[in-house]
Ligand binder design. Structure first.
Ligand SMILES: NC(=O)c1ccc[n+]([C@@H]2O[C@H](COP(=O)([O-])OP(=O)(O)OC[C@H]3O[C@@H](n4cnc5c(N)ncnc54)[C@H](O)[C@@H]3O)[C@@H](O)[C@H]2O)c1
Ligand SMILES: O=C(O)CC[C@@H](O)C(=O)O
Length: 399
């Protein structure tokens, strides 16, 4: 994809540690990384909670180096015309490996076993005898032949499901919104559930891989625990908000849920019985941090320089090779006559169109128009002003 010469140096702010290889995408002549800036052009973030943060009007894009965007006020960004990107699949293998690790480790009581054996410190020569005597408390189960239920068969869930089959588990999966691409990746030996209840009734282990949204918040609660096999192990590498924590604490206390393995510890979780709290390590591998950072920063760079969009969660995908002298990008409501009004403003300024694209997503749409003519800054301002005056426009950029 060709890029445009930037009219000025752009500022990028990061809110979490972002791998150097990702930041290296922003070449020094064109970009400055300034984490103290209050008016950056774009923000790159991981898990930092942006909901209470003021976002300056200069911000054009926010990139989440990761999958979940529940830490970003996406609806507000959309209303303000700020593109929010994520990096689908870039950390999925890292999460999958940790899910499989904890599946085996928790089934063999490895975490509690290691904790217990450390308490024998100071017992001197008796340690081996005490270990042999005490280990009967730690007899575990093999996962071979057991059934794993996977709720959410996206990038992570699909990898977990396929690998669990390779470990000789039976696998049942539920995802009413599965993408065609993921469906192609899934082994045909994975049983397809038509409801979550079906998974709950059959699975010895349940792992959840769905985004936290208004629809999924608290999806695991007292009533759902009652539908599960007694002693089920639940793995949550998605988000804490998916679980009703008070109900989970009670289900663990009564041993209806045998174990809860979660990547999202908090004070409540730390007080729960038979819980393995992992310090949000799902995506914490060198490989995954680099994959996410590089994907996130490339997407932002492409958007700032060309207006092209890939993997935004609130804007439609839209890309055309840059063919003109300048490019007009317009984020607007998805209503009739918008393209006509934008192209009329362009012709009112005596400009010719070289190429264009219009894509919609829900209530919003995005139009990019390449201009054949060289234009000076006075014409750019006049054009911007004229388009902005049109009804139902959210943002206009002439690049
Ligand atoms: N622990 C970590 O470090 C870590 C890393 C990556 C992702 N995550 C979390 O895991 C989630 C999933 O990640 P992913 O990369 O697989 O995302 P993804 O978008 O590829 O997959 C999510 C899947 O959930 C499905 N889904 C949505 N609502 C559902 C519902 N009600 N019932 C069943 N399925 C439903 C979707 O159709 C989709 O296939 C992310 O949203 C994020 O919150 C955590
Ligand atoms: O950035 C991280 O370490 C975690 C990312 C993870 O929670 C995600 O949703 O991708």
């Amino acid at each position: 994809m060709s890029t445009l010469t930037l009219d000025k140096v752009k500022t990028i702010k990061t809110l979490n540690h972002i791998a150097e290889s990702g930041l290296a995408v922003f070449k020094k002549d064109d970009y400055t990384i300034d984490n103290d800036s209050d008016h950056p052009d774009a923000i790159v973030v991981r898990s930092f909670n942006m909901h209470e943060m003021e976002i300056h009007e200069n911000v054009k894009a926010i990139a989440r180096a990761g999958a979940g965007v529940n830490n970003i006020p996406v609806d507000t960004c959309t209303e303000r015309g700020i593109a929010v990107f994520n990096t689908p699949g870039a950390n999925a293998n890292a999460v999958k490996e940790l899910v499989i690790t904890s599946l085996m480790a928790s089934s063999r009581n490895l975490f509690s076993g290691v904790e217990w054996v450390k308490t024998l410190q100071g017992e001197g020569d008796q340690v081996p005898n005490l270990v042999e005597a005490g280990k009967k408390q730690l007899v575990g189960s093999e996962i071979k032949g057991k059934k794993l239920g996977v709720i959410g068969l996206g990038a992570v869930g699909a990898l977990v499901a396929n690998d669990a089959l390779d470990l000789d588990m039976d696998v049942i999966g539920f995802d009413p919104f599965i993408s065609i691409n993921t469906a192609w990746e899934l082994s045909r030996n994975i049983e397809r559930a038509m409801s979550m209840e079906e998974v709950f009734a059959e699975a010895d282990y349940i792992t959840v891989h769905v985004p936290l949204t208004d629809d999924t918040r608290g999806m695991f609660h007292a009533e759902t625990f009652k539908l599960m096999k007694p002693g089920v192990h639940i793995f949550n590498f998605s988000r804490d908000g998916l679980i009703h924590e008070q109900d989970m604490a009670e289900a663990l206390e009564s041993e209806r849920v045998g174990k809860y393995i979660t990547d999202f510890p908090n004070e409540n979780v730390l007080n729960m019985k038979n819980t393995v709290p992992i310090p949000h390590l799902g995506a914490s591998t060198k490989e995954s941090e680099e994959n996410c950072a590089i994907m996130a920063t490339r997407q932002v760079k492409e958007f700032l320089e060309t207006g092209n969009i890939k993997n935004a969660v609130n804007f439609p995908d839209a890309s055309i090779p840059y063919t003109g002298k300048r490019r007009v990008t317009v984020f607007h409501y998805n209503v009739p006559h918008m393209v006509g009004q934008i192209t009329t403003a362009i012709s009112n300024n005596n400009l010719n169109i070289a190429d264009m694209i219009n894509r919609s997503r829900g209530d919003y749409a995005y139009t990019m128009v390449d201009i054949e003519n060289e234009i000076d800054e006075a014409v750019v301002s006049s054009l911007e002003e004229e388009i902005k005056r049109t009804r139902d426009i959210v943002t206009v950029r002439v690049i």
